[in-house]
Ligand binder design. Structure first.
Ligand SMILES: [Zn+2]
Length: 351
């Protein structure tokens, strides 16, 4: 394993940011290559500790000559967000200087060619970071961007052009759900990883072996040794199933048994009132239309001081908020419905 340090210039003299890149060289130039990054939203750490648990497995494979394709790993993808504390609270989702989400405004290239990247020299530090992450990842057959939700199941976002071909990956990783999307108007890292291939010729696009996904490793507090180990094993199984590493002891992943649904099926359930949330449901619960999802206590102890929220359709609870204070209009949870949501949203689901 080789380690190098990337350096991103800050926006004023005397400020710069650094992050490590780990590389394992593959022995077979025709084997698929893989890029993994974690903590692009800098406080989302289940993927960071999964990589920590994965590295000994990869180092062992390297020592035994079983690394077939090149592997590039960025365990801390966002040194800018990692350093952002605001009155003692960590703020890793938005760049404090611009309020731009660290997982938006990535350049969506017309083709997988880093020469098409816009010149970020005079953009902000966050734009330089995004440009560099695209450069580092571009050209890999497999791109995994490890995030987490508030409280949630383990699930993937996958572009429709890669589904159901990526069902083996979902099964290998052991995730419980897959959300399928088709348009990216916001420039997510995943979009930057798959959109350049949409108009590429078949020999460049190679959709049969391409993987691009945002991995949501459950909730923000699910930073846990046992989960890190099982997630690392899932990543390892994916890399083996797709031929990046060889491991003859591993069986091929079975069929994917989780839920796969289009993004338009998701009900986000904006809160009708602000207040304290009493949830009736948790991630993984199956609900039927009309079931109570939550009660919002806005005027404690008063007549009509509570407002109830009910399921608009049958489905499964994918996520819910980790905080219990809610503003009116803020989304309460993600319900993956069995059919299209009356509140269907295109593009990204959240700011
Ligand atoms: Zn995230």
């Amino acid at each position: 394993m080789q380690k190098s340090i990337e350096r991103i210039a800050g926006d004023s003299d005397g400020v710069s940011y650094e992050f490590p890149v780990l590389r394992l060289a593959g022995a077979d130039k025709t084997a698929p290559s893989a890029y993994l990054q974690a903590a692009l939203h800098a406080g989302e750490l289940p993927g960071v500790v999964a990589i920590d648990a994965l590295m000994p497995m990869l180092n062992k494979a390297e020592a035994e000559g079983r690394i077939r394709g090149n592997i590039t790993i960025v365990p801390w993808a966002n040194p800018i967000g990692r350093a952002q504390y605001h009155f003692g609270e960590h703020q890793g989702r938005f760049h404090l200087g611009t309020r731009t989400n660290f997982n938006r405004s990535f350049p969506l290239l017309a083709a997988p060619d880093a020469r098409l990247l816009p010149d970020a020299t005079f953009g902000g530090a966050d734009q330089r970071l995004k440009s560099r992450l695209v450069q580092l990842s571009l050209g890999h057959d497999i791109v995994l961007d490890l995030h987490c939700d508030d409280e949630g199941l383990a699930y993937l976002y996958v572009h429709t052009s890669l589904w159901p071909e990526m069902a083996d990956c979902a099964a290998a990783m052991g995730v419980e759900a897959v959300v399928l999307w088709s348009e990216d108007t916001d420039g997510t890292f995943e979009g930057a990883s798959i959109m350049p291939y949409q108009n590429a010729s078949a020999d460049v696009a190679k959709f049969d072996r391409r993987v691009a996904t945002t991995v949501e490793y459950r909730g923000i507090l699910d930073v846990d040794g046992a989960l890190a180990k099982s997630d690392a094993e899932g990543l390892y199984r994916l890399l083996a199933a797709r031929g990046v590493i060889s491991d003859t002891d591993l069986p091929a992943p079975g069929p994917f048994k989780g839920v796969a649904a289009p993004l338009e099926n998701i009900d986000m359930m904006p809160a009708p009132r602000g207040g304290a949330v009493l949830y009736d449901v948790k991630p993984g619960d199956r609900v039927t239309r009309g079931a109570r999802l939550a009660t919002i206590v806005h005027s404690p102890g008063e007549v009509d001081g509570r407002t109830e929220v009910f399921a608009p359709q049958d489905g499964i609870i994918l996520t819910r908020r980790s905080r219990r204070i809610i503003r009116s209009g803020e989304d309460l949870l993600k319900l993956v419905g069995d059919s299209k949501s009356a509140d269907a949203r295109s593009g990204t689901l959240e700011d």
